[in-house]
Design a binder for this molecule. Sequence first.
Ligand code: FMN
Length: 177
Amino acid sequence: MSTNQATGTVTSETFRPIISNFATGVSIITVRHNKKDYGLTASAVCSVSLDPPMLLICVNQNTGTQKAIMEAGSFNVHILGKQQGELALKFSKANTDKFEDLVYSYSDLGNPLFPNVVAQIECQLYKEMTGGTHSVFLGKVHSAKAITENPLLYLKGQFGEFTHLKLETFKSKEETV
Ligand SMILES: Cc1cc2nc3c(=O)[nH]c(=O)nc-3n(C[C@H](O)[C@H](O)[C@H](O)COP(=O)(O)O)c2cc1C
């Protein structure tokens, strides 16, 4: 068992290796504002509600993407596939032209839409809250489309993929009787 503990004053240095044990998917958030495309790689994405369909994303307030979402009032979430680690790295580099050499279109609400991802989710901004350095954006799902399978995963600062899915393990009692 790991003995890595953070008690008393938890700092960013002590918290990071602990929260990095929480495996996530990897997404790219995109938005268009004033005829300019913005985007970043984000793992802080969570389903909030199915009825109505809603999700939340957490975006650093120091990014152009955060300001653009505030202004545009909408955003796209792309769930990346296991082969898209390079794309995730490209969209995590600040002060670069992230959209250079990419083939993409625009979604119904006018934001950059990438093909060949696991899923495209288009959101209308519903609410914004501040949490420390980040904006927590609650989005109402406007459209959603699943395209491919096998998502990219992120755990302990590294990309990876499922080697086998044992979904039957997670069936509820009602389903198994
Ligand atoms: C795997 C991974 C997950 C990330 N998750 C988030 C996130 O959830 N929210 C966020 O604001 N930044 C996240 N980042 C960092 C941003 O992608 C990075 O700061 C980005 O370059 C900001 O772009 P900008 O400053 O050009 O707008 C993540 C980076 C990586 C590599």
